[in-house]
Structure formats: structure tokens, C-alpha cells
Design a binder for this molecule. Structure first.
Ligand SMILES: [Ca+2]
Ligand SMILES: [Ca+2]
Length: 195
């Protein structure tokens, strides 16, 4: 009789987690990103990153955190959460969240998740690369231009250079003076000798 051996480990490790983007909720002027993570072989997440793009430039990478029963309790007064989504079982889905404060700008975002076997997340509803990044909040307000920041930096650099030059000049005057004094002393002591 022929026997077939199936490597179950190999099958299970290839089961990638599925992400479902639940969107953004505004809480007290902060932005709460919520995403559901489901893994058929109950792997926890090794990587849970939210990438923020601001005004078309990569802006921040922040780690989303698992919603535990404690955190769910605190959130209950803002919104109801299905207990299945924080029961520690990844097969029926668990929630990850991130609360951020955002300065004025136009935001897009995407997720980068990986299970504990290193399998990258899939999910039709969740943006998973910079190319598929989706629209996030747009926050109106005074924007500090990058050009302004550059100018500030240049000014600071020039000031530091001036201070260094002044210090170096001061040092060279002191050393020249002390050399002069040494020469003078030498001359005097020679005079003493010749007497
Ligand atoms: Ca898995
Ligand atoms: Ca669960």
C-alpha cells in the first residue's frame, strides 16, 4: 500500500492573514484607524504598520495595536465592538487600532501586516501598498512650508558657523599673544644672560 505524507506545517504556514479596513473614526480631534485582522491558522501578527502619506510624500509609519478586552472596555462608550473581535482568537478576526493626531495636510494611507510566519496580509478591501493607498482625512489650516523650515535651518547653520569662527579667531589671538610673550620672555632671559 502506498502512503502519502502531507506536510501540514507547510500548508498552514502559507495561510496568509486577511485584512479588512474598517475606516477612520474621529475622536476628540484625533483620528482612530481601525482594521480587522483574520488568520485561518490563528497566527498572531508580527507586523502591523500603518503608513501615512501626507501631501503625496511618505510621512509616518506607526504600529497599530491589538484591541484587548481592557481597551475594548474603554472604547465601549464611543462605539460598540463585537466581543468576537477581541477574544484572542485570530481565526474569527481581531481588531487593530491606532489613534493619531494629525497636523494640517492631505493624507492617504495603507497597511503593512504580516503574520507570525512572515506571510504578508491580503485583503481586497484593505490598501496594502503605496500604489493602492487610499484617501484619508484632509485637515485644513496653516501649513508650515518645507521651504520655511529649510530657510530656518540655513540661518541656524550660518549662526553656528559665525560662532565657531569667532571662537577660533579668539583662540588664535590668545595663542599668538602667548607666543609673543614667550618670545619676549626668551629675549629678556637672553638679555639677563648676556649681562
Ligand atoms: Ca497564517
Ligand atoms: Ca477573534
Amino acid at each position: 500500500m502506498k502512503r502519502y505524507f502531507i506536510n501540514f506545517d507547510a500548508i498552514y504556514t502559507s495561510l496568509a492573514p486577511e485584512l479588512t479596513n474598517l475606516g477612520i473614526i474621529t475622536v476628540d480631534g484625533k483620528y482612530l484607524f481601525l482594521v480587522e485582522y483574520q488568520d485561518r491558522n490563528n497566527d498572531s501578527a508580527n507586523k502591523s504598520v500603518l503608513h501615512l502619506i501626507k501631501d503625496d510624500e511618505p510621512y509616518q509609519q506607526n504600529e497599530l495595536k491589538l484591541i484587548t478586552p481592557d481597551i475594548a472596555d474603554k472604547m465601549q462608550n464611543q462605539f460598540e465592538l463585537n466581543p468576537v473581535l477581541y477574544d484572542g482568537n485570530y481565526r474569527n478576526g481581531e481588531l487593530f487600532y491606532l489613534e493619531v493626531e494629525l497636523i494640517p495636510g492631505k493624507y492617504r494611507y495603507y497597511f503593512e501586516f504580516e503574520d507570525s510566519n512572515g506571510a504578508p496580509a491580503q485583503g481586497e478591501n484593505a490598501p496594502l501598498s503605496q500604489d493602492s493607498a487610499i484617501k484619508g482625512p484632509t485637515i485644513e489650516g496653516e501649513q508650515k512650508d518645507d521651504a520655511d523650515t529649510d530657510e530656518d535651518l540655513t540661518l541656524i547653520t550660518v549662526l553656528i558657523l559665525i560662532i565657531i569662527i569667532v571662537i577660533l579667531l579668539g583662540l588664535s589671538i590668545v595663542s599668538r599673544k602667548s607666543r609673543y610673550e614667550t618670545l619676549k620672555e626668551d629675549a629678556e632671559s637672553e638679555e639677563d644672560l648676556s649681562e
